[in-house]
Structures are given as C-alpha cells and as structure tokens.
Write a protein that binds this ligand. Structure first.
Ligand code: SF4
Ligand code: FE
Length: 485
C-alpha cells in the first residue's frame, strides 16, 4: 500500500537538500528548526491518521489512476461523496491540530490541474494531461505533499504582468529549449512550502495573449537547484524557541503550527515532461477559478475543525472560571456553535451540489463554495470575539508558565490565578494561552488572517458569486409570478 507513515514522511523531508533562509540566516534542515517543526508535525498528522484504524476510512481513498488505496490528500475527486469526505477529513484535521495542516492546497491544485490539462488537450491536441497523470501517479505512489504555488508577488496591482517595471514579479518563461524551459520569478505566501516534496506552479490570474510567457504550469522537485526559500514570520513565533519548564504553556498550542514561505525560482530548468501548460492563455482563467473554488470549499472543513477547538477552549475556561452555568455564557457557546456549523453547512452543500467536468473529475458548486469562503472571512472573527469575551482579560495578562515553575513566585501564581477549586492553575493557564494563541498569536494567522485572504480575499468571492449566481434567471422567476412578458 503506497501510504507513508509519519516517520517515513519526516525522513523524506529531511533528505531534501534545499536553500532555506529564516530571520537572516541559512537553515540547514527545516525538520529540526524549532520555528518550523510545529508545522511539519501538523502535516505529518495527515500521514499518521491514514494508518489510524479509527480514521483511515476518511484519510484514504481508492485511486482512480491505479486502483491502489492512497492517502486522500493525493486523491482526484470523482464523486460528491469524495468531496463530502474531503470536507469531513479537513474538519477532523482541524480538530486534531488547531492549525493549518497545509496539505489541502496541493490537493486542491492537483484536482484543478487534472481537469484543466484534460480540457487543454481536448482542444489543442497537446499531451499535458498524460504528463500530469504520470506526475500524479508518482505523487500517489510515493505519498508526497505538493505545494500549490499560485500566488505571484504581483508588484503594482494596477498593472498586468507584462506591464510591471520588474517582469519577474510574476513568474514567467525566460528561455525555451528543445528539452524544456527556464523560468524565473517567485511565489509568495506559500503554505507548507518547506514541508512539501514537489512544487506545482500555476499562473495566478487570467491572462491576455500578450502575457503568454506567464501562462505556464509545471511541477519541480522541492530541492531543485536554484530554488530559494525565505521563511515567513508569524505573530508570537519566538515563543516556539522557548525551552524549559512552563514554556509549553506559553506556546498556547505546544504541538502544532502553520507555515508560509516565499519561494524564489532563480532561472529554474523545467524538463518538457513536467510542463502542464505553456502559452495557453485562454485556459488560465478557468484553471484559477477551479482551484479557487475547490480551496474555498476546503475552508468549510479546516476552519470549522479549528473552530471546534476554540469552542472547546471557551467552554473549558467558563468551567474553570465557574461561569459555565451563567445564562449569557451558555448562549454565547451556542452562538459560537451556530456560526461554526453555518460554515460547515456551506462547505458540505458545495460538495453535495458538485457536478462532473469533461475529465470525469467532479467540481464543486461554485456559488456555494464562494458563499462558504465568504462566510469564513467573517464568522471566525465573531467566534474569536466571543472566545475572548468569555475568557476574560487574563488571557493576555497572565504571567509566563515559567513563573508558575519559579521557586520564588510559583506559589503566588498558583494561588492567585486559580479558578474553581479542583482545577489546577496550570490547566487554567493552558486554556487561556490556547485562546490567546488562536485569537492573537501564531494560531490567529491561520484562524483569522488566513480566513480572510487564503484562497483569495473577500472581494474575489463576491466577484465569483456575482458571475455564477444567474441573476437573469432570478429576474425571470419573479416576472413569471407577477405576469411580465
Ligand atoms: Fe488546508 Fe485550511 Fe490550510 Fe488551506 S487553510 S491548506 S484548506 S488547512
Ligand atoms: Fe489556506
């Protein structure tokens, strides 16, 4: 069975020879770096749960390419059930990690590229789809993580790629050879970049014919010569460097984290059999749309799972504070649950209204997927607000966990930060720090900022809702009822 264990996955990342920079310094191995390790462990859980008897049904799928059982994070969706299981899997992963576990962006990109290459071949007689199937078969057989490299740095947002003062602000082809192409540029905000085996590069927006050098799609191994990674900072990230008694409390989420990086492609050679699009501008818009919609539906799973942990933390702190039976606190927990399940309902409905594309792969309902993501740009902020309301100001004023372990003042922290009798002060501090992390610290990057901008900023969802919602049909409905020809 081609499914790696989490140890095998971590070993495989350790073997990559890459040029990584973090806070001004070259990093030899991302695996052992304290800032990066929490994100690796979150990604590794996608492997661990695929072997867990309780969860492997959700975390695995039968490959439509080989018939083998593969990790669902590499699976091309061929039914509504596949899509529904994906949303459920992402919620489960959010519940287990409380962060962005990074692997779904690549999954959604592979699904978008699969059907897009099929469409290009049908119209142009190219062989991109065959090449992509070969690539995908390897990804499934070797159970790889694929980074979805779509977002270009973009420079001046009012200018098209070719109009930029620096042409490299959008990744483009700089040389064409018989055996392949050379590309230059960068991809920004790359989720899970350092935890990936392959980088799947796609254009970032619809392109006109004059920008055809930017219409390029390909995959390269993550340790290809010439690739440079520059790690992104996160709020409160230095807490991950803390060691010693009590430091786990201060981290808020002591096990897991997310990760973003800038990936620079400094004249990378891409062999022909790894190119999945070259100059076909008319197919770029639909490709971007497909990826965006798949990923916008995904947020109705992962963010809901993280929301479950925040609701759990809020209910716990109410219990530890002795406020759990107060009526407005109970109502607030209900409100959080209502908001959280609304996002889940939108994600599931986008799956249940999915339809097949010419390739046989299924695509989500685009209106519902965008409604899902648009609600994710707003509702987690309401949930986080209630969490902070119920937690109280102590969430940001309590002393360090190290003070709890101090021989001089530990007994004072123990005494004065205690809640109800029978709950150790240590547990109360842990929950307060978890809420702080999720709403203001490293976790807030995934739960709040990424909820706004990941898979496209809110206005991008409004544009697609307008495009796909068929207002003319709605106008006809009312004309029929009132009798207007
Ligand atoms: Fe997956 Fe959610 Fe992270 Fe996107 S934001 S990669 S869907 S966990
Ligand atoms: Fe994301």
């Amino acid at each position: 069975m081609p499914i790696k264990t989490s140890d095998e996955y971590i070993d495989s990342i350790r073997q990559l020879k890459r040029k990584i920079y973090c806070m001004g310094e070259r990093v030899e191995s991302s695996v052992d770096h304290p800032l990066m390790r929490p994100s690796l462990d979150a990604a590794a859980l996608t492997y661990e749960l695929a072997h867990d008897p309780e969860h492997k049904e959700l975390l695995t799928a039968k490959s439509t390419l080989t018939g083998d059982t593969v990790n669902r994070f590499t699976h091309i969706v061929h039914s509504k059930e596949d899509l529904t299981k994906k949303v459920k899997m992402l919620r489960l992963m959010g519940q287990k990690t409380g962060v962005c576990f990074q692997r779904c962006a690549g999954l959604d990109a592979m699904n978008a590229v699969y059907s897009s290459t099929y469409d290009i071949d049908q119209k142009q007689g190219t062989e991109y789809h065959k090449r992509f199937r070969n690539f995908l078969t390897r990804v499934q057989q070797e159970d790889m993580i694929v980074d979805a490299a779509m977002t270009d740095p973009k420079g001046d947002r009012s200018l098209s790629p070719g109009q930029q003062a620096d042409p490299d602000l959008f990744l483009h082809i700089v040389e064409e050879r018989k055996e392949g192409i050379v590309v230059r540029g960068a991809k920004a905000h790359q989720t899970g970049a350092l935890n990936s085996h392959e980088i799947l590069v796609m254009p970032t927006m619809a392109l006109k014919e004059e920008d055809k050098q930017y219409a390029v799609m390909f995959a390269v191994p993550a340790d290809t010569e010439g690739i440079v990674y520059i790690y992104g900072r996160q709020p409160s990230d230095l807490r991950s460097l803390d060691t010693g008694d009590g430091s786990d409390i201060d981290k808020g989420n002591p096990k897991y984290g997310g990760q973003e990086a800038l990936i620079v492609f400094d004249d990378i050679f891409v062999p022909r059999d790894r190119i999945f699009m070259m100059h076909e501008c008319e197919f770029v818009g639909p490709l971007v749309e497909r990826f965006a919609c798949y990923h916008r539906m995904s947020y109705g799973g992962c963010k809901v799972g993280v929301g479950d942990t925040i609701i759990g933390a809020t209910a716990s702190i109410a219990e530890y504070n002795g406020t759990e039976k107060v009526s407005h606190i109970k109502e607030k927990i209900v409100e959080m649950t209502y908001l959280n399940e609304l996002m889940y309902a939108a994600g599931l409905s986008a799956a249940s209204e999915a339809a097949p594309l010419p390739s046989g792969a299924y695509w989500v309902d685009p209106v519902l997927a965008n409604v899902c993501k648009l609600s994710v740009t707003e509702l987690p902020f309401q949930i986080a607000r209630i969490a902070q309301d119920v937690a109280g100001g102590a969430m940001v004023t309590i002393p360090s966990g190290k003070d709890l372990h101090s021989p001089e003042v530990g007994h004072l922290v123990e005494k004065y930060f205690k809640g109800v009798d029978g709950v150790p002060t240590r547990d109360r501090l842990k929950i307060l720090r978890y809420i702080e992390n999720a709403c203001l610290g490293r976790g807030a990057l995934a739960y709040l900022t990424e909820s706004v901008h990941g898979a496209g900023s809110p206005q991008a969802q409004r544009v697609m809702i307008r495009r796909f919602s068929n207002i003319e049909h709605k106008k006809r409905l009312v004309r029929d009822i009132v009798g207007i020809d």
